[in-house]
Structures are given as C-alpha cells and as structure tokens.
Design a protein around this ligand. Structure first.
Ligand SMILES: *[C@@H]1O[C@H](CO)[C@@H](O)[C@H](O)[C@H]1NC(C)=O
Ligand SMILES: *[C@@H]1O[C@H](CO)[C@@H](O)[C@H](O)[C@H]1NC(C)=O
Ligand SMILES: *[C@@H]1O[C@H](CO)[C@@H](O)[C@H](O)[C@H]1NC(C)=O
Ligand SMILES: *[C@@H]1O[C@H](CO)[C@@H](O)[C@H](O)[C@H]1NC(C)=O
Length: 837
C-alpha cells in the first residue's frame, strides 16, 4: 500500500484495503459465471446461513390484528418522526403540515398545524421549473427537541428553507401544540429539496447538520448553527473543496462522548460521497464516517468559521472473499455496499455505543443490501491512525509518513490532552494548516467480524432504514434488527453467532405494512412501549415489536421460531418478560432445538388423527398439508396397502413405509399438500405428512386413502344394462375388490362387483356417462356410492371411537399405546397390546 510515489494518471492503483480487494475477487468471480443464479450471489459458506422469513404477514392481516394505521394526514410526505417516550406523543412532519399523534394509539384523533410555504416562495419555486406538487411546498424535514417546552422544526419552504418552534408546553396530558410566529432561515439546517438526503441533530441548543446550503444543491456542508443565540455562531466545512466533501449524501449524525470530559465530546456524521481517492476516472462511491469536536470554534488566522477538527474515514461494508487478487475492476467497484441508514445502539457505556449501518448496492452485477456492525473502538482507531496524503494534483494518495504536528490534528482542545490549548483558536498555525490539507484518514473502518451481520442478496427489495433493539434472554442479549425496505415492508431479523467464523442470519418476520409498495421513510422505536412507528408516504403504522402467538402456540413452534422476544411459558408462545421466572420459560435462539426445550410429546403418531379419503381410480386426489412455516421441509411417506398385494398382515408402523419422491410423474408434493394424479389401486394406503426442521420433525397430517376401482363405478342409466351383461359380478376370488376395509365387516354381502370387463371400456357413451358425475352406483346390487361411502364412514368412525376410548383407558394406566395404522385390519388387530403386557 505504501508504494512509491507516481503520477496518478489512469493507472489502477491500490488504494483499497485488503477487504475491498477480497470482495472484488468474489464479485469478479460471480460476474464471470454467466449461468449464475441469484442464489449463488450469497455464498453460504462465506455469509453464514440464512433462510426465508419464518412469518409473513400481509397488509390486510396486519390491519386486522396488531397494527394500528394512521392515515389521518392531509397530504402525504411523512418523512419526519419525533417520538417523546415520556410524554407519550409522536410528531409527524408532512407536506405543509405537522401532526400530533398519541403514541399509545395512533388512531385516536390527532391535531394538526398547517404550515405552508409563502405564496411568494411557491411562485419563485415554480418559475424555477420545479413541480408545484412535488417540490414547491413546505416539506417538514427537521423535528428536533429544543427545550422542555418547545420542538425545533424546519421545512423546505418551497426551496426556501425555514425554521420555527412548536410550543407543546410542559403538560403532557394537554399539549399546547402551537407554531411560534418566529420564523428563522433554514439555510444550512434543512435542505432546499424535499428529496435530498440530509441529517440534522440538535445538541445543547446547537443544530448540527449535513445538507446542501444552496438552491442548486451544489454546495454541501457539515455545519453547526447556534439556534436562538445572540451571536451568529456558524461553522462549517470548506465550501467547494472536494477533499472536504465531494457530492455527499448524508445518512445520519450522532453526538457521542469520547471521555468523561464534555470538552472531548464529538459529533459523528455518516454519509456517502464520491471518493477523491478513486481518482478522476473512477466514479467510486465510498461510505464515510466523519467527526468534529463540539467545542470547535474554528481557527484564528486561517480556517475562520471552518472546522479545525474535521476528519473523515472510510466505512467499509463488504463481503470478504478468498485472497490473492490485486487487480481492481472499475465496473465491479461500484458493487460495494454504500450506506443508507445508521442506527446508534446505546449501551451501558455512553462512550461506546454499537453502530449499525444499513448498506445497499445496485449495479448490473450485484444487487443487494447488507447490515454491518461497527465498534466505536474501530472508528476511533481509524481516526487515531495514519492520515492520507496527496502531494499535489498529479500525485496519488498515500499514507502520510512525515512528522505529525502537535497537538495531534483532530484532537479536541481539552485538559485531557493538553491544558494549554483551551480553544481551537489557540491551536498552532502548523496544526491548522495541516488540517487544511488532511481531512481523510488512511485506514478504513472495518466492521466487526470483517463482514456484514446480515446480507440480502436476492430479495425483491432493498433495505432502507434500521432500528435495533437489544433483547435480554436467558442466553444473553440479542440485537434484533427491525429493517424498513424500499417497498414498504418491515423485516425482523437476528444474527446468531455460532462461533467466530459462522453466523446464522434468521429472518423472523416479513411484514407488508403498506398496501401500495412505497419506501419506508422513517422509523422510531419506543423501548418503553415496545412499539415501532414506521412512516411512508401513505401514513404511519404503529406496530408491536413482537407477535409471538403467530409462530404457533405449541412449544416446538415457539422454540423453532427463535425469536428472542418470545418464549414458551408452558401454555403459549408469548413475550419473554425479564421478571418472569426464568426456569419456566423455554426458548433457544441459538439452536432452535425443541428437543432440548420442550416436554417430549407423546408419540407423535398418536397426536394426529387419520383422516379417511376416497379417490376414484384414474382421477386425481389431493391430500392437504400445510407447513406452519416456510422453513420446514415437508416430506410425505406412504404405507401402501395395495389390495392386489396380499401382504398387509399387520405391518408395524414405519415398516414397509416408503418416502415419496419429491416429484414423480403422478405424485406432486406442492405447497398446500400432495397431489396424486391418475389414481391407481396400488396408491391405496396411509399417507403421512411430516414437517422437518433442524433435528425436529412433526407429523402434520395423516390420510388413509382408499382407491375405488374405476370398473366399480357406473352411471345410473347403464345400471340395468350392466346387470344383464354381468351375471355373476360378486365374489370373483382372484379379483381385487374395494379393499379389505369391507372384508369381514358387516355388510360384506354387499361386496361390489369386480370384473374388469364389467364396464365396456371402448364405448364412447360409456366414457361420456362416466365423466358426467351424476349418481354413481357401485355394484350390481344398486348400492350407491354415497351409501357405500356412508357405510365405510360409519365403520371408520366407530373404529376410531373405539380406538379413542381404548386409548384413553390405556393412557390412564400410563401404558404406552402404539397404534398400528396399517389400514386393512379388523378392529381387534388394529391395536397392538400395550407395552409391558
Ligand atoms: C379481517 O377480519 C374480518 C372480520 O373480522 C374478516 O372477515 C377478514 O377475513 C379478515 N381478513 C384477514 C385478511 O384476516
Ligand atoms: C424554550 O424555547 C422557546 C423558544 O425559544 C422559549 O420561548 C421558551 O421560553 C423556552 N422554554 C424553556 C423552558 O426554556
Ligand atoms: C416414539 O417415540 C420414541 C421416543 O419417545 C421415538 O424413538 C420413536 O421414533 C417414536 N415413534 C414414532 C413413530 O415416531
Ligand atoms: C374425476 O375428476 C373430474 C375432474 O378432474 C371430475 O369432473 C369427475 O367427476 C371425477 N370423477 C369421479 C368419478 O370422481
């Protein structure tokens, strides 16, 4: 990396850290596999395993159940949310309006402030060629708490940003909710455009923002404005200097203390920008983290009203691949993830929150989203590391290896470092002039574990917003990610670290929040109320963070879901309360193994009732069986009881059973069950549908399928005729019949006929009448199919009743019953003697 100087030219140089090179290699390989399927974009060995969402809920379903929808807005554009947890309200900023909602119930009546742009500015905006509908209105984009009674609010004001105060008062029951008549310029605090990404954060009465400060959006700045101060305190990055900022798109900003001394407090900005280090031929976009000292007041002789502590570093979120490749390809460079949202997860240590970033990429080669996780230690390490340096326009970027002036550039003036420097105006000229030329750090910030904690590579949507909830469980804390997509969905995911090399990404839920797909614009979470507030252009949704019961109420379903919020309490799958007796709760997020968590079910074969089904030879039949979740694999087994093979002398369970192939020419396991086409007598048997997940399996359904031979069916019109043709249809010993269910039972004298030539097959009228599904008669003795089935049904029901009562008796004796479900058996033989007899 520290290779000798050389002319920049068009040479491909090695600015990128090893991670980027590795990821280039990976993407390169994929790009050159023409037949590559989208699945292959997420090489499982590298990314950790991931399965589809366990729970998928539609908009209609959510509307019916837990979600509360607020659609009381007038004009859309709900980009800005401000939640006051303590006082229980939610402010929503929209187009020309600010709304006051109750955070407990969004559907309660809301209050509205109308705050339009002035007619003059609307007209000016329109004359500049902007759309009246889309641009020339006051889009509220800043809602920041100001003091105990007021909220600071800014809007685009039809390309003339303006700010004011909302008076809410101290009484939480009855907020005042009035807009102050004071209007301040919003320039540098709020973008001109309703769509420009920007960031603004109020701390200690000062507004830190990253936004463009002009009509054209060409002059972007990270700045600080003292709100309502007598002094016109304004400080910013150098204008029109690509080394400071190069067409940035801001993502977020946060105030994070560095030491115990408030003098060391810094504000961090997250954004993406065109990478200067890419050279003028390379239009690479890099994600960045930048920081400034809160007590920076600019320089004295140079950098007046400019930051003297502004530094930035590259933020990497990419998929590492195998090493060994050092050629970079411009096309592929764009496929790195670039940031779209940042969430700072507060921890007990205020100096060391955990930083979550959502990153997206879209190019012809690779489309996807990723979530990366950064420690403050890694971010500080980059800022404490070497500076990047460029000797002049014709030189390439390299690591700065000369003497670094004292005090170290970028250090806040404070007693922690050197009590001599009380203000940035005291900084030696040497330091200030170093800061003029060095904004960029040489080392990038690498995510924890060197790779994303979550990657979505073949989803039909991209990630836009994230909030993270740290959930305490018996196994320790889990960070649950709530992710808003660009098509109005909400994902709930958790990344489980199995060991230092392998993580498992679990998508718990995928909720379609909005009827019309549109991007999630803003998200807030109330940890107190366990609620999420999610805004799109269509409105705001209030949603609980968990829906445990939807996973299923039994212990295995709850356990297999692996939702850190949920556990099985002995009766239901419900929210884990940290106060509840821990021993009683069952959950296993790490492995999702019901065997270790759940009371062993009685033998599973007893828990599912065998349903009886009749099918007609040659016709199709459908055995319904739905998995509760997409993660479960469904397998069908069959124990054939083909009447032609007289071999079903009490086969035991499992014995003689075979698994159905995933697809053969006639049986098709499909999503909702098993379709068997063109039934043959040999298909008769007991079909079992079992769901497999991890090491766990559960029988979901069992069917006893009887196949009624085609030749036994006759339409009423032909009945008489057949009688004549068929003199002795009954008791053909060599021929199969309707099955031994009938055999030996009462009414066996109604034995249906069984002669293959009985129904003349080549008569066209026969064929026609066969398919016209009127009353079908079975056998020469005019026993209708209905009657016949009824008999069978009663017999079956009696058999099952008897079984049930027998079973109850046996259970009370605590003996284990092993029911033999081979179908063709008389009542007495269908039960094995209980064990121990
Ligand atoms: C919603 O609830 C109504 C009435 O309770 C019901 O008719 C409808 O089927 C439900 N819709 C969904 C998608 O659950
Ligand atoms: C909060 O700020 C507003 C606007 O400047 C001011 O009128 C009000 O007095 C302040 N309230 C408190 C409690 O400081
Ligand atoms: C019945 O349960 C035992 C353990 O309890 C298990 O080994 C056996 O496989 C089960 N039988 C069936 C048919 O699932
Ligand atoms: C066979 O299936 C067809 C439709 O697939 C149906 O119209 C016909 O009535 C069925 N025949 C019998 C005997 O069930």
């Amino acid at each position: 990396m520290s290779s000798a100087l050389g002319a920049g030219g068009g040479a491909i140089h090695r600015w990128a850290g090893p991670i980027q090179v590795l990821s280039m290699l990976l993407l390169f390989q994929l790009a050159w596999l023409p037949a590559v399927t989208s699945d292959l974009y997420a090489p499982k060995a590298i990314l950790g395993t991931q399965t589809g969402p366990r729970l998928q809920l539609s908009h209609a379903d959510l509307r019916n159940s837990s979600a509360v929808f607020w659609e009381g807005g007038v004009s859309g554009g709900y980009q800005t949310l401000l939640l006051d947890e303590d006082r229980g309200w939610l402010l929503v900023g929209g187009k020309d309006h600010i709304y006051l909602l109750k955070s407990d119930r969004l559907d309660l009546p809301t209050r509205t402030i109308y705050w339009p742009a002035s007619a003059e500015h609307v007209e000016h905006c329109r004359q500049a060629g902007n759309s009246l509908e889309m641009d020339c209105a006051n889009f509220v984009r800043v809602l920041q708490p100001f003091n105990k009674t007021h909220v600071y609010v800014c809007g685009t004001g039809a390309y003339h940003p303006q700010c004011s105060y909302i008076h809410l008062g101290a009484n939480s029951e009855e907020p005042v909710f009035l807009l102050s008549p004071t209007v301040e310029s919003g320039r540098g605090k709020c973008p001109f455009s309703p769509r420009e990404p920007f960031t603004a954060r109020m701390t200690d009465g000062e507004l830190y923002s990253g936004t463009s400060v002009d009509f054209m959006g060409a002059n972007a700045a990270i700045s600080r404005t003292a709100v309502q101060a007598s002094s016109q305190d304004y400080i910013r990055t150098e204008a029109y200097d690509e080394h400071w900022l190069n067409e940035p798109e801001f993502v977020g900003s946060f105030s994070i203390p560095d030491t115990r001394s408030p003098d060391d407090d810094k504000v961090y900005f997250f954004f993406r920008e065109k990478a200067v280090e890419g050279g003028q031929w390379n239009k690479m976009i890099h994600s960045r983290v930048a920081r400034v000292c809160k007590n920076d007041v600019g320089g004295k002789r140079s950098l007046i009203n400019r930051w003297t502590t502004f530094l930035k570093a590259r933020l990497v979120c990419s998929i590492p691949g195998p090493s060994g490749m050092d050629t970079l390809f411009d096309e592929l460079r764009k496929t790195l993830f670039s940031s779209s949202d940042i969430f700072v997860l507060e921890t007990k240590d205020p100096q060391n929150p955990t930083i979550y970033g959502v990153f997206t990429t879209s190019s012809a080669v690779f489309r996807g989203s990723a979530v990366c996780l950064y420690s403050m230690a890694a971010i500080r390490a980059a800022f404490n590391g070497p500076f990047a340096h460029k000797d002049g326009p014709d030189y390439r970027w390299m690591e700065f290896r000369d003497r670094i002036p004292y005090p170290r550039p970028g250090t806040c003036p404070s007693e922690t470092y050197d009590a001599l420097y009380r203000s940035t105006r005291d900084l030696p000229d040497e330091v200030v002039s170093f800061m003029r030329q060095h904004q960029l750090m040489w080392e990038p910030v690498i995510p924890l574990m060197n790779r994303p904690v979550l990657t979505l590579s073949n989803a039909p949507y991209g990630l836009r917003k994230v909030v993270v909830d740290r959930v305490e469980t018996d196994e320790g804390p889990y960070d649950v990610l709530h992710l808003g997509t660009d098509d109005g969905r909400l994902l709930k995911a958790v990344s489980v670290m199995k060991d230092s090399w392998h993580t498992e990404e679990i998508i718990l839920e995928e909720l379609t929040l909005f009827q019309i797909p549109s991007p999630i614009l803003s998200m807030e979470m109330s940890s107190k109320r366990h609620q999420l507030y999610i805004a799109s252009n269509q409105g705001v949704v209030q949603l609980g963070v968990h829906r445990c019961g939807r996973y299923g109420q039994d212990c295995p379903a709850c356990c297999l879901a692996r939702d850190p919020y949920c556990s099985w309490n002995g009766q239901t799958c419900s929210r884990t309360l940290t106060t509840s007796r821990r021993r009683a709760r069952r959950q296993d997020v790490k492995y999702g193994d019901p065997w270790s968590q759940c009371p062993q079910p009685d033998n599973e074969s007893d828990s599912v009732e065998t349903k009886v089904l009749y099918g007609v030879e040659g016709n199709s039949t459908f055995l319904e069986c739905m998995a509760k979740t997409a993660q479960a694999e469904i397998r069908w087994t069959v124990l054939n009881t083909d009447p032609q093979q007289n071999n079903q002398q009490n086969p035991g369970p499992g014995q003689g059973e075979r698994q159905l192939p995933h697809d053969d020419d006639r049986s098709h396991p499909i999503k909702r069950g098993l379709l068997v086409q063109r039934l043959e007598p040999a298909d008769q048997g007991v079909y079992t549908c079992t769901a497999y997940e991890h090491s766990y399996s559960q029988v979901l359904a069992r069917y006893r399928l009887h196949v009624i031979p085609q030749r036994n069916l006759v339409s009423p019109g032909r009945q008489h005729h057949h009688h004549h043709q068929n003199h002795n249809p009954i008791h053909e010993p060599t021929q199969p019949d309707l099955g031994p269910v009938v055999r030996g039972g009462p009414g066996s004298h109604h034995y249906p006929p069984a002669r293959s030539g009985w129904l003349p097959k080549n008569s066209p009228s026969q064929a026609a009448s066969r398919s016209d599904n009127d009353l079908l008669l079975v056998g020469s003795n005019s026993l209708s199919l209905d009657q016949y089935c009824e008999q069978l049904w009663y017999r079956e029901k009696r058999r099952q009743q008897k079984l049930r009562s027998l079973k109850l008796k046996q259970e009370s004796r605590k003996a284990r019953v092993r029911r033999n479900y081979a179908p063709e058996r008389s009542l007495s033989s269908s039960l094995r003697p209980p064990l121990g007899r």
